[in-house]
Design a protein around this ligand. Structure first.
Ligand SMILES: Nc1ncnc2c1ncn2[C@@H]1O[C@H](COP(=O)(O)OP(=O)(O)OP(=O)(O)O)[C@@H](O)[C@H]1O
Length: 307
């Protein structure tokens, strides 16, 4: 299990990770999702002691990573696939890892086979690897010591569609056998098909976490009305806070509450239903003020809203 407690990292006056807490459980794939610059890599680097936290702590299986003897046998880490020594061959890199962990050379061939790197590819220098091949090598390296915990930062980067599907199967199988998997991504569709749990981060803070299905269940009501502006104003003055999503509005209230407010004003509803726009809408909305691109979900005014 990975336990992250109140983790904070500042760079000068800028807080990259702000009081982040979550748990990644054994037997589960936990997706760590957030837009570019949200703080995912910084959080993962702190987990393995590569970046020093200003406050808070992380334990892996109850221990501080830096105090785990022979850590590769317990925690598989892939943070930056391009950080491998470019002048070494893939095989040399894996052989070095195996030797460091006290594993036989045969493990190298097993891992190369697992990640589908061919014999001739394994003899090429890493500087001549494609990004996808580097990722495969990084995954092989992370799995080498048969660890119980995997920490993977954007492992799907550079993989082709077949590679992404292969990796999903690999991670699911690993979690099914009791392993703990934490993988980050800035792309929801990359993680939603594999993650049992999601932790969403935006501008250094956790904005939501839970099972994808629970997140959707709690996603409120979607509505559109002819007198949209009037309904928004009435809901707002009733203490609700509608936000613009794709082609309508969403509010944290059930459909009955919204319907009653509309009926009391004689407002004609066009649509009134549980918000089920999918995780993509929820993700964009939750991280709306942390996105670089303007997204309508960030708007709380009715300007431009069409009935
Ligand atoms: N060494 C550093 N010095 C200053 N700022 C840093 C440093 N490392 C990270 N940051 C900043 O911290 C923020 C979080 O960066 P981080 O790499 O953790 O984001 P991320 O969620 O992994 O993003 P991406 O999806 O783009 O990889 C960014 O604004 C980044 O510029």
């Amino acid at each position: 299990m990975i336990k992250v407690e109140n983790l904070t990292k500042r760079y000068g006056g800028f807080t990259a990770v702000d009081d982040v807490s979550f748990v990644a459980e054994p037997g589960r794939v936990t997706g760590f999702l957030g837009p570019n610059g949200a703080g995912k890599s910084t959080t993962m680097r702190m987990m393995v002691g590569l970046t020093r936290a200003d406050s808070g702590r992380v334990t892996i299986g109850g221990h501080d990573y830096l105090k785990i003897p022979n850590p590769g046998r317990h925690v598989g880490v892939l943070l930056d696939a391009s950080a491998q020594h470019a002048g070494r061959t893939g095989r040399e890199i894996l052989a070095l890892s195996a030797a460091t962990m006290g594993l036989p050379e045969s493990r190298v061939d097993e891992m190369l086979h697992l990640v589908s790197l061919t014999e001739s590819e394994s003899k090429r220098r890493v500087r001549n690897y494609s990004l996808g091949m580097r990722q495969r090598l990084g995954i092989a390296n992370a799995l080498m010591g048969d660890p119980q915990v995997l920490i993977l930062d954007e492992p799907a980067n550079g993989l082709d569609p077949a590679g992404i599907r292969w990796m999903r199967g690999l991670l699911k199988g690993y979690a099914d056998r009791g392993g703990t998997v934490l993988l980050s991504s800035h792309l929801l569709h990359e993680v939603e098909q594999v993650a049992d749990e999601l932790v969403m981060i935006g501008r250094g803070t956790i904005v939501a976490q839970g099972k994808p299905s629970e997140m959707l269940t709690n996603s409120g009501t979607f509505f559109r009305a002819v007198e949209q502006d009037q309904l928004i104003a009435a809901l707002t003055s009733s203490g609700m806070a509608p936000v613009a999503v794709a082609d309508g509005f969403r509010v944290d209230a059930d459909s009955l509450q919204v319907g009653k407010v509309a009926a009391s004003l004689g407002i004609t509803m066009i649509e009134l239903r549980p918000a089920d726009g999918g995780l993509e809408d929820l993700f964009l909305e939750l991280t709306a003020d942390t996105q670089r691109e303007a997204y309508p979900a960030g708007a709380t005014t009715t300007e431009g809203a069409q009935a």
